[in-house]
Design a protein around this ligand. Structure first.
Ligand SMILES: [Fe+2]
Length: 142
């Protein structure tokens, strides 16, 4: 599984959200690297746990910024639903993991990579022009 390399083409025009996306990319890369090295059994769970916690913070910050940026309610609700769906899907994958063991790990790694790229390039790109002129500094203090 190739790692994701950040590129300026991934920028959603918010320095703060871009930074959070870079951290999410790093966590997904760490997950896939651990599996490739055969260390999945030992460290995949803590990495996944970190991902869930960080993704939750990222989603909250993103939703807050979108409200301030006056992102249209319908699109904001779709974004919130996407965030909820991801959390559900991760838990579903974790169930597979406890049912099928280590064999489920590469599939989880593939899913996370595809989801993250889709989140950034499809869902989040839609709001880039709304957040481009909004001061996002208030988020970093929390
Ligand atoms: Fe995002």
């Amino acid at each position: 599984m190739g790692k994701i390399v950040w590129s300026s083409a991934y920028s959603v025009q918010s320095g703060y959200l871009d930074h959070q996306h870079q951290i999410l990319i790093q966590i997904v890369n760490d997950f896939n690297l651990a599996i490739a090295r055969g260390e999945g059994k030992k460290i995949a769970y803590p990495i996944l746990n970190r991902l869930v916690q960080y993704a939750e913070k990222h989603f909250r910050d993103e939703e807050k910024l979108l409200e301030i940026a006056r992102y249209p309610a319908e699109q904001l609700n779709a974004q919130i639903r996407e965030h909820e769906k991801l959390t559900e899907e991760i838990f579903r994958h974790c169930e597979n993991w406890s049912n099928y063991g280590q064999e489920a790990l590469p599939e989880i790694g593939r899913f996370l990579k595809e989801w993250l790229m889709d989140h950034i390039l499809t869902s989040d790109m839609k709001f880039s022009k709304y957040v481009a002129n909004v001061d996002d500094k208030f988020l970093s203090a929390k």
